[in-house]
Design a protein around this ligand. Structure first.
Ligand SMILES: Cc1cc2nc3c(=O)[nH]c(=O)nc-3n(C[C@H](O)[C@H](O)[C@H](O)COP(=O)(O)OP(=O)(O)OC[C@H]3O[C@@H](n4cnc5c(N)ncnc54)[C@H](O)[C@@H]3O)c2cc1C
Length: 421
């Protein structure tokens, strides 16, 4: 897309034209028909993160979105913002701009086209149709208050003067898309504070060799993080073994909790139950029944009724149980050791794969510093904050985009009020 030039002061300058910035631009331009709305982005290609989202299919939202699907700042603020622009409104909005959504497992909504390009292109088309000026390749390096207005340093020519500014610069995750954390510095210079950030929805790097031979295998598990000073956190869903460690939804969802514990110097251990929904007694009964009904069954074949065969073999090997053991030949103490291991397999985390591989950033500008009825800054009049720059992060399943759409809607309403009827 060709950058659109603007001259002179503008009414609304949106810094960052990712999901939240593009949506704010559309909603604000629809409300303020006679005002100039400009969206500036440091990246040359708009919406790169939308394009890679949801495995290239963009999980736009979720059928059921509640504050409990989010971590970070105030539940109350999250609730108010989400209630102002719901999943139903998101579905209707995307339909209006030509993107129909279809529901998949876990309530996830994807475009029927099955490609994220449809979502990105539709947003950009609507932004242009509404007369918003988009300036790409304009990384904002400073924003200053100047009387009632703002001066925005875009690294090119004179600063742009704007009556109000929306910070939609995202977090630090996947920095190659343009979200490199620079927005936090802009917010701090405008009197905001920052909850320290960590990667979230990120794969974990494991010590040891257990995972190495299992790379590419996925199966169901319940992952538990036991961290000093807080209740255990549990996530359930597929895990995916990789050459470096472990990934998959259950691991991605828990990763932010592991990072927060490390940030706060709290000792934390991660483990996985390969028998989600089972306890010791149920698992033991299952194995004893198998021993009675099929005494000659090889142990790994019995264990592969719970987990994929290769995982079963590796577990048996790690526990130093002979590979040819049959069910009838399994000693009581080995059976008990095996069940304990299947219920709480240690995942010795060395680190995560970091922001380069994280889907979101946990932490950011505290929600207490924005007004939930307008996303207006409580620290700097005329400034609004939307999307991932704020201290709120959703679990996997379309929740992070819903936060982007909802906060954009609320900010547009706030900006509408600022300019009056
Ligand atoms: C691989 C991946 C897959 C994902 N999949 C999903 C999914 O399927 N569903 C879901 O709900 N969420 C998903 N997410 C999360 C979701 O993409 C983000 O939560 C969402 O994009 C945040 O929107 P945002 O507009 O706040 O920030 P971003 O999308 O990060 O956009 C910020 C924009 O600001 C620009 N910018 C930054 N600093 C400056 C500056 N100083 N000057 C000018 N411009 C600047 C950047 O170039 C960027 O375009 C995924 C994320 C990743 C990385």
């Amino acid at each position: 897309m060709k950058p659109t030039e603007t001259t002179g002061p503008v009414d609304v300058a949106i810094v960052g034209a990712g999901a939240a910035g593009l949506a704010t631009a559309i909603f604000a331009a629809r409300k303020l028909r006679k005002r100039t709305v400009v969206a500036l982005d440091g990246a040359r290609t708009l919406g790169s993160k939308i394009l890679v989202s949801g495995g290239g299919r963009c999980n736009v939202t979720n059928r059921v979105v509640t504050p409990a699907d989010f971590n970070g700042g105030s539940r109350n603020t999250t609730k108010r913002v989400l209630a102002a622009f719901t999943t139903e409104q998101t579905i209707a909005f995307f339909s209006e701009i030509g993107v129909e959504l279809v529901e998949e497992g876990g309530g996830k909504l994807f475009p029927t086209s099955n490609t994220a390009t449809t979502v990105r292109d539709a947003l950009i088309r609507e932004v242009e149709r509404r007369g918003v000026h988009i300036l790409t390749g304009r990384r904002v390096s400073g924003i200053e208050r100047s009387g009632e207005a703002f001066l925005i340093d875009t690294g090119s020519g004179d600063p742009l003067r704007a009556a109000c500014v929306v910070l939609a610069t995202g977090g630090r995750s996947l920095p190659k898309t343009g979200s490199d954390g620079g927005g936090y510095t802009l917010a701090e210079r405008l009197e905001h504070s920052l909850v320290p950030t960590t990667p979230g929805l990120v794969p974990l790097v494991l010590d040891g060799a257990f995972h190495k031979g299992l790379s590419g295998i996925a199966h169901d598990a319940e992952v538990t993080l036991a961290a000093q000073g807080s209740k255990p956190v549990r996530t359930r869903g597929p895990i995916l073994w990789t050459h470096f460690g472990v990934s998959g939804p259950a691991v991605l969802d828990i990763s932010r909790h592991w990072h927060r514990a490390r940030l706060e110097h709290r000792r934390a251990t991660l483990s996985a139950s390969f028998l989600p929904g089972n306890d010791f007694a149920l698992a033991e009964k299952h194995l004893l029944d198998l021993a009675a009904s099929r005494p000659k069954l090889r142990l790994h074949n019995a264990i592969s009724t719970f987990v994929p065969d290769r995982v079963a073999k590796t577990i048996i090997q790690e526990l130093n149980i002979h590979s040819t053991t049959s069910m009838i030949g399994l000693r009581r103490e080995d059976r008990r050791r095996l069940i304990q291991a299947l219920l709480a397999w240690p995942l010795p985390v060395l680190d995560s794969r970091g922001y380069q591989h994280a889907e979101i950033t946990a932490g950011g500008v505290p929600l207490s510093e924005v007004d939930p009825s307008s996303m207006a800054s409580r620290r700097c009049p005329g400034l609004y904050l939307v999307g991932e720059i704020l201290d709120v992060d959703g679990r996997i399943g379309g929740f992070n985009f819903q936060w982007a759409w909802s906060s954009a809607w609320v900010a547009a309403a706030g900006i509408g009020k600022q300019f009056g009827p």
